[in-house]
Design a protein around this ligand. Structure first.
Ligand SMILES: Cc1ncc(COP(=O)(O)O)c(C=O)c1O
Length: 445
């Protein structure tokens, strides 16, 4: 039978959803058909409050007219242009706009299409940089427990979320991990940066003594660990990491895929915490989630190390067909314009105390084990059901969507909140009122 005569009913079976229990989803789908500003809409038109900016990405809110128009116009003007040996104006314009938001001399961007690609790009640049610099023995990559750097082999090798690693074989050789920075006894219900934990950065010194600095290329951390459940850095921790990296010639990489573009009230977490990495990765918020895009921004001396040799030789054998795609570049420029015009980073900063008070109002609920928050990001750890880790969190996410028309992000028994930066006071109150009802419902089940 000719392939196109085989009818595949649209029964949701063909699409294998990522990071989803497909068997359950297909029995009880959670479908999102439309979106505007802080809301999604189900296919039947029911409004769903978006408490997570999609997947930590729609920072300007959904379907914003200016961004939509920029993408539409771009699609009619230049659909695709290769960026291997060629270029198009908007990718250069966006790169300049991005670097002007970066601290220090982080002034060159290599574009890709996702946070995972950005992490792998940064790790590869770090290794290649040392080699270009005459230090080819520096190949070891250090990540952190509970870290998330996407799903590429590089990212999961330095990442520290067990489920993302354990079924994928031996991963990259030559990696190691710092301890994570969470300690419930010391940090319970902290708003902002916990006072306890700066000393955990000293573990990098131990790894230097174990492996020798001459074998270490880079350390990669999320300045605020997001996917593992919002772990703001302890006061002084990032500074200590920076100090040890500088002392031993190790590149410090900040994965700012979540923290970039306003989530913490600044263009970057580097700016908020006053610590400048050598490489900074971004994705998500750069286009407010509208068109896939990511990138790695590097300091001047890193870029310069590759600008040697005869003119016909490529400087870095790395990149993607869609690096700096015209639609993504147009969306990125329009998004940065919107962030600026509406002062959305400052707005996030102003809303931070309102958000913190609202999320902390859940602290006395009998299902709540801990809450953390910073900027417009927060997480609530729920008490797990004995013998069924992750079930309570999953039930809460389901109940939020089906019974309370709200989208939240679940990771194990932790529920994360990261609303669009345009969220209003009343909507923040609404999110946590609804979530209280979710918890009451889940507690009864
Ligand atoms: C810190 C961090 N790095 C990398 C990624 C991976 O991004 P993507 O899913 O776009 O590959 C994520 C995604 O949530 C992330 O939070």
């Amino acid at each position: 039978m000719c392939a196109d005569t085989v009818a595949h009913p649209n029964d949701l079976e063909s699409n294998w959803l990522p990071f989803t229990p497909n068997r359950q989803f297909k029995r009880e789908p959670r479908l999102l058909a439309r979106a505007k500003d802080t809301s999604y809409f189900k296919p039947d038109g029911t409004e769903v409050l978006d408490a997570t900016a999609g997947l930590w990405c729609c920072n300007a809110g959904h379907c914003r007219d200016e961004i939509v128009k920029a993408i539409q116009d771009q699609a009619g003007e230049l659909d695709f242009a290769p960026t291997f040996q060629f270029g198009h104006p908007k990718a250069f314009e966006l790169a300049s706009r991005i670097t002007s938001l970066m601290p220090g001399d982080l002034d060159h961007v290599l574009f890709c299409n996702s946070g995972s690609e950005a992490a792998d790009t940064a790790l590869k640049i770090a290794i290649a940089y040392h080699r270009a610099n005459g230090e080819g023995s520096r190949t070891r990559l250090i990540g952190r427990e509970r870290g998330y750097h996407g799903v590429g082999f590089g990212g999961i090798s330095v990442g520290g979320m067990v489920a993302n690693r354990k079924v994928f074989g031996p991963l990259l050789a030559g990696t190691d991990h710092l301890p994570h920075t969470y300690n419930r006894a010391e940090q319970k219900f902290t708003i902002g940066q916990p006072a306890w934990g700066a000393h955990l950065a000293d573990d990098l010194q131990r790894l230097v003594e174990l492996h020798d600095a001459s074998t270490i290329a880079a350390v990669i951390v999320e300045p605020m660990a997001g996917s593992t459940g919002v772990l703001p850095p302890p006061v002084g921790y990032l500074e200590r990491l920076r100090e040890i990296c500088t002392k031993h010639g190790i590149l410090l990489i900040f994965d700012e895929v979540i923290t970039g573009y306003g989530r913490l009230g600044y263009a970057t977490a580097a700016e908020r915490f006053g610590v400048t990495p050598d490489i900074l990765t971004f994705a998500k918020g750069i286009t407010s989630g509208t068109v896939p895009m990511g990138g790695a921004v590097v300091r001047k001396h890193i870029y310069d190390a590759f600008q040697t040799g005869p003119d016909h030789l490529i400087d870095l054998f790395h990149g993607y067909t869609y690096s700096g795609h015209p639609l993504a570049a147009a969306a990125g420029i329009a998004t940065l314009d919107l962030y600026k015009r509406e002062n959305l980073f400052e707005r996030a900063r102003e809303m931070e105390p309102v958000f913190a008070e609202a999320i902390m109002s859940l602290r006395h609920h009998k299902l709540v084990a801990d809450i953390r928050c910073i900027g417009l990001a927060g997480a609530v750890d729920l008490l797990p059901i004995d013998g069924l880790p992750g079930k309570r969190g999953f039930d809460a996410m389901r109940a939020a969507f089906h019974d309370h028309n709200m989208m939240v992000r679940v990771s194990g028994d932790t529920i994360a909140f990261s609303p669009p930066l345009i969220i209003s006071n009343t909507e923040i109150t609404d999110i946590f009122d609804r979530f209280t009802k979710v918890l009451d419902q889940v507690a009864k089940a």
